[in-house]
Ligand binder design. Structure first.
Ligand code: CO8
Length: 258
């Protein structure tokens, strides 16, 4: 596996792991982290032997935001030219399902990175927030748009305007987090969930992710039309025939990812 500067990667079974690894900065997301995460996620995405990706950090921090020290002296023009958002959009666009396994701080860009994933699994120590307002800026990696879709306008507005953090149970009640687990069990639970997903047929996973993504962006009628077409298209895959035959024959399916 390629060596990266700011992350650790590992393929275990059909699961690709990306671990943010800048402990000295609570995994603050600088330009190199973006490059490394995008490259690692793209490589896993291109590999048919991988059916799910987990992104995680350390016990203390998933990521405490974009790297403030790297950004502090930049001009508006330099920020535009750096196109940080464009880079992260490539990560959000991978077709393989991605789970964020969050322990400790997921703040600013860290919370936004978690929201670019498909599922957020949280340790009971997790803390989510968009504190950019305390720095004289606003969320810049999708937070203002994705948080509203996750928790609704009023809760997102309160979090973004006050900059306060919410704990894992509040984030779960708000619908940001799918499940909260004891911190000691986080990685094992993430692995179980990722293995469950990775055992499915890749074409149906890609299709499911595509229609889920569309639901965030399209009006209902258009989304329903897309869903019907994608549903029908899956009947041309071998895995649909295998999945339904296995059901009829009362056995587990043996998917070939085609
Ligand atoms: N950037 C750079 N360094 C950081 C960051 C960060 N976001 N967060 C923590 N660090 C560093 C600290 O400076 C410190 O380094 P040093 O030891 O050299 O002083 C080290 O990590 C440990 O941090 P603390 O000593 O502060 O640890 P505490 O336990 O006292 O506090 C907190 C933990 C509460 C998480 C605190 O570190 C904090 O408030 N961090 C900043 C959180 C924040 O404001 N995040 C939002 C950043 S802005 C953002 O994310 C915008 C996203 C859009 C960007 C678009 C493109 C770039």
């Amino acid at each position: 596996m390629t060596d990266y500067e700011t992350i650790l990667t590992e393929a275990r079974g059909r699961v690709g792991w990306i671990t943010l690894n800048r402990p000295e900065a609570l995994n603050a997301l600088n330009t190199q982290v973006m490059k490394d995460v995008v490259a690692a996620a793209s490589a896993f995405d291109a590999d048919d032997a991988i059916g799910a990706i987990v992104v995680t950090g350390s016990e203390r921090a998933f990521a405490a935001g974009a790297d403030i020290k790297e950004m502090e002296s930049k001009t508006g023009g330099e920020m535009l030219m750096a196109d940080h958002f464009g880079g992260w959009a490539q990560f959000a666009a991978v077709r393989t399902p991605v789970i964020a396994a969050v322990s400790g701080y997921a703040l600013g860009g860290g919370c936004e990175l978690a929201m670019m994933c498909d599922i957020i699994l949280a340790a009971d120590t997790a803390k989510f927030g968009q504190p950019e307002i305390n720095l004289g800026v606003i969320p810049g990696m999708g937070g203002s748009q994705r948080l509203i879709r996750a928790v609704g306008y009023y809760k997102a507005a309160e979090l973004i305007l006050t900059g306060r953090m919410m704990d894992a149970s509040e984030a779960e009640r708000a619908g940001l987090v799918s499940r909260v687990v004891p911190a000691a069990d986080l990685l094992a639970e993430a692995e179980k969930m990722a293995e469950t997903i990775a055992a499915k047929s890749l074409p149906s996973l890609y299709a499911a992710k595509a229609v889920l993504d569309a639901a965030m962006e399209t009006p209902m009628a258009e989304g329903l039309r897309l869903e019907r077409h994608v549903f029908a298209a899956l009947f041309d895959t071998a895995d649909q025939k295998e999945g339904m035959a296995a059901f009829r024959e009362k056995r587990s399916p043996d998917f070939e990812n085609r």
